[in-house]
Design a protein around this ligand. Structure first.
Ligand SMILES: Cc1cc2nc3c(=O)[nH]c(=O)nc-3n(C[C@H](O)[C@H](O)[C@H](O)COP(=O)(O)OP(=O)(O)OC[C@H]3O[C@@H](n4cnc5c(N)ncnc54)[C@H](O)[C@@H]3O)c2cc1C
Length: 386
């Protein structure tokens, strides 16, 4: 019996689990276990919508996996023993593996400044987003500070401002919002934030989060009834604690086939992995995370058949950014994520973004029936990754 344990049922881990199930259904000697904190699939791409009070579809992982033979263990992974090849869940259950797929994702870096961990909300899980939604719905006027002017901060600020026009939403961060987009896309993003009443303060350094304000370098303080931390990326300390080789951010360093460079029986995928391509180390996206899940599954099956896994290649296609429910901008990119001239704005961009956000769940079901459908779903990056 070859035991494969997949840790994390986010975009990358779900993709790996369904691809593995579909590709090993005739192998009676393969057992797949998927471990996740919740039975409900977290649509992380939509957590800013949840924060603004919108209800999402109830996507239940056990329903999707019914009849596939994959065992779902619902619990919190608390330890990995890479020598004994075991995983501890909720400090009590121990799972043994021959191959591990590490897909525990990432969270906002609330350790970056004092007070963020204690006083700020985050968009790391559905529960976090629901807590923020509850708090926002209780406010009768007041100010919300969104810390982090990257795309997650932009999406959250726009969504909250649109839903709660009576609140003052301030977007704070080092970069000017939309900095990595073309001038046209940036102009649209900025004018939409203006229209929604979001007050943008780019080029600032946040130094501390307090219960009722955010301190900036230089002595300025921004009053805030609610603070959302949407800046930086932090990963689970479990990989480093298990002795896997990790980069300076704690992400598992992989070889070209997505195996840990220190422990080749561990595949690392999605945001939790440091995956090098010709243009640099990939940054965490769903766009790149799902292909890593397919590639890991294909490679594991190749290894089961005594073949060598192949090299993973990935090139970015787009950067879709929602700006509330009625506007959006989609920046098309080169494989290295640099912007092309082409971008969509307005209603067309809203439709495009919605298609992108809605696609993962049905594509899991499709991959179960037609595993090859997953393998064609991404750009290999051409000369950028050759
Ligand atoms: C508001 C927002 C908007 C975004 N928009 C976009 C976008 O438009 N396009 C895009 O490409 N990307 C977007 N992203 C980024 C994208 O969501 C991530 O890159 C993606 O979720 C990474 O997938 P993953 O499978 O690696 O991790 P995740 O989706 O985070 O999944 C990790 C899973 O592991 C589980 N888990 C973690 N630790 C444990 C543990 N110890 N025990 C048990 N389970 C655990 C979690 O519960 C989760 O289910 C957005 C992110 C946010 C927050």
């Amino acid at each position: 019996m070859h035991r494969i344990v997949v840790l994390g049922a986010g975009y990358a881990g779900m993709t790996a689990a369904v691809s593995l199930a579909a590709r090993t259904k005739r192998h009676e000697d393969v057992r797949i276990t998927l471990v996740n904190a919740t039975e409900r699939f977290t649509e992380r791409l939509r957590l800013h919508q949840v924060a603004a009070g919108q209800d999402l579809a109830e996507l239940r992982i056990p329903d999707l996996l019914a009849g596939t033979g994959v065992e779902l263990v619902c619990g919190w992974v608390t330890g990995i023993d890479a020598d004994a090849r075991t995983v501890r869940v909720d400090d009590e259950r121990v799972l043994e593996y021959d191959t591990l797929v590490y897909a525990l994702g990432s969270v906002a870096d609330t350790a970056a400044v004092p007070g963020a961990d204690t006083h700020a909300y985050a968009l790391d899980s559905a529960h976090d987003a629901e807590l923020l939604a509850r708090r926002l719905s209780e406010l009768d006027g007041g100010a919300v500070a969104v810390c982090g002017s990257g795309l997650t901060g932009v999406e959250a600020a726009a969504e909250i401002a649109e839903q709660y026009p009576g609140l003052t939403v301030v977007l704070l961060g080092r970069e000017e919002p939309g900095e990595n987009l073309t001038p046209r896309a940036t102009a649209h993003l900025r004018s939409t934030l203006d229209r929604l009443g979001v007050r943008v303060r780019g080029g600032v350094e946040i130094t501390k989060v307090l219960p009722d304000s955010v301190d900036l370098a230089g002595g300025d303080s921004v009053p805030a009834d609610v603070v959302l931390w949407a800046s930086g990326v932090r990963v689970s300390p479990l990989a480093a604690a298990a002795g896997l080789a990790v980069d300076e951010r704690g992400r598992v360093v992989t070889d070209a086939a997505l195996r840990s460079v220190s422990h080749p029986n561990v595949y690392a995928i999605g945001d939790a992995a440091a995956i090098r391509q010709g243009y640099g180390v990939m940054h965490g996206t769903c766009q790149g995370g799902m292909p890593t899940g397919v590639h890991a599954a294909v490679s594991i099956v190749r290894e089961l058949r005594g073949k060598q896994p192949t090299r993973f290649r990935f090139g970015y296609l787009h950067t879709p950014v929602s700006l509330g429910r009625n506007d959006a901008v989609v920046q098309f990119t080169r494989p290295d994520n640099s912007p092309k001239q082409l971008c969509l704005t307005g209603r067309l961009a809203v439709r495009y973004k919605e298609e992108v956000s809605a696609a993962p769940w049905p594509s899991f079901a499709r991959m179960l029936k037609l595993p090859a459908s997953g393998s064609f779903a991404w750009r290999r990056g051409g000369r950028y990754t050759r």
